[in-house]
Design a protein around this ligand. Structure first.
Ligand code: PMP
Ligand code: GLN
Length: 380
């Protein structure tokens, strides 16, 4: 049988490749972004209670209603935005699915979507599988800020959407209020949609405010804002998230969603509906993760990597010009095999494998894991 591939240029994701290599070589996995410490026991108990109380049948297609209500309360509290849980929030099987479904909702063949590189690996395939074109704009190396003049130049009459991600994977950069002003001036009086990937909303450091699109009603009316509980509550395997969009956009989004996943795993939704009421549980996340980031960054001073700054996410990047002039992919593979530490080469987040000689490290790990990893990296 012959398949006319929808994604002919796509191979296996770098996360799978590096995690497999880490397992093969018994390496510490600072590559794929997932915690190696247990998630909240309280939340685990709430899920098992939900199952025992027999919340085990289909949840409603847009999501468990009390969970959508809790999310709306949280949004009001954090971002002073009034969002209707009935018509403007949809629970999804993960953040990636929310992004994919948002793009699928709006894109027609030939449409253009502006994507910043380095880009989280699903974005460009998500655009292309819809027959649309990803127009890539580089973030400015080495601090990975947005060059808004480059964005202006990339816009054409075919531009359908702009995809933003803050805090940013893989670089840990975050957008500021000035970026929001630029974004606003660019999209004003256009029909350009915004897809905002905010899965690291709570993992933002140095008390920086998270510039959620939810804060800006004029931007929200043209946006799909995507979140992931997996990242927030250190349970990446749950694959549960949500999309916030105006009632008009949500109506179309749900047409796509209802014939794909239809609905999401019920017990976790029941548990989260209660857990979200506990503000401290999400407000404490940034200092919890910042401690890990600061600790790892400080430990890494003993190595020959030059660490960049990370303002949010699970990740921090490091340049290795003092170590080698190998490509970042070769180095990442070599240190997995020889030193026993897996990382992600940042060139994997560029369609043309642009290699600035930078590796991404995931610091969302136990202290002991970070210590052992750095002991090994000191030998590199
Ligand atoms: N966007 C970014 C930037 C991410 O790092 C992740 C993490 N996997 C996701 C989306 C997807 O989250 P989920 O696992 O909930 O699909
Ligand atoms: N978001 C995680 C990362 O960036 C991985 C998710 C995945 O493996 N698809 O590492």
């Amino acid at each position: 049988m012959h398949i006319h591939s929808k994604l002919p240029a796509v191979g296996t994701t770098i996360f799978t490749v590096m995690s497999r290599l880490a397992t093969e070589h018994n390496a510490i996995n600072l590559g794929q972004g997932f915690p190696d410490f247990p998630m909240s026991e309280e939340l685990v108990t709430l899920v098992s209670e939900a199952m025992q109380k027999d919340f085990n049948q289909y949840a409603p297609m847009p999501g468990w209603i009390p969970l959508r209500e809790s999310i709306a309360e949280k949004i009001e509290y954090l971002y002073q935005a009034t969002v209707d849980p009935d018509t403007e929030i949809t629970i999804t099987p993960g953040g990636t699915y929310a992004i994919y479904s948002s793009l699928t909702t709006i894109l027609q063949p030939g449409d253009e979507v502006i994507v910043f590189e380095p880009a989280y690996d699903s974005y460009i395939p998500n655009v292309e599988v819809n027959g649309a074109i990803a127009v890539k704009v580089n973030l400015v190396f080495p601090d990975y800020r947005i060059d808004w003049n480059a964005v202006r130049k990339a816009i054409t009459p075919k531009t359908k959407a702009l995809l933003i991600n803050s805090p940013h994977n893989p670089t840990g950069s975050v957008i500021s209020e000035k970026d929001i002003e630029q974004l606003r001036s660019i999209v004003k009086d256009t029909n350009i949609f915004i897809i905002s990937d905010e899965v690291y909303e709570h993992l933002i450091f140095d008390k920086l405010p998270h510039q959620s699109i939810l804060r800006y009603p004029d931007l929200l009316q043209r946006s799909f804002v995507c979140f992931s509980f997996g990242k927030v509550y250190n349970c990446t395997g749950w694959k549960l998230g949500y999309c916030v969009a105006s009632a008009e956009l949500t109506k179309e989004f749900r047409k796509v969603h209802q014939f794909n996943a239809f609905s999401c795993f019920t017990p976790t939704q029941v548990a989260l509906a209660a857990f979200l009421k506990n503000k401290e549980a999400y407000l404490s996340l940034s200092s919890f993760m910042q401690e890990k980031k600061d600790y790892f960054k400080q430990l890494m001073q003993q190595t020959r990597f030059s660490m960049h700054e990370s303002y949010g996410s699970y990740f921090i990047c490091g340049s290795y010009e003092r170590i080698s002039d190998e490509s970042d992919k070769d180095l990442a593979i070599r240190i997995t095999k020889e030193a026993g530490v897996a990382t992600i080469p940042v060139s994997a987040f560029y369609h043309n494998s642009k290699d600035d000689k930078v590796l991404r490290f995931c610091f969302s790990k136990k202290r002991e894991t970070l210590e052992t990893a750095v002991e090994r990296l000191m030998k590199v």
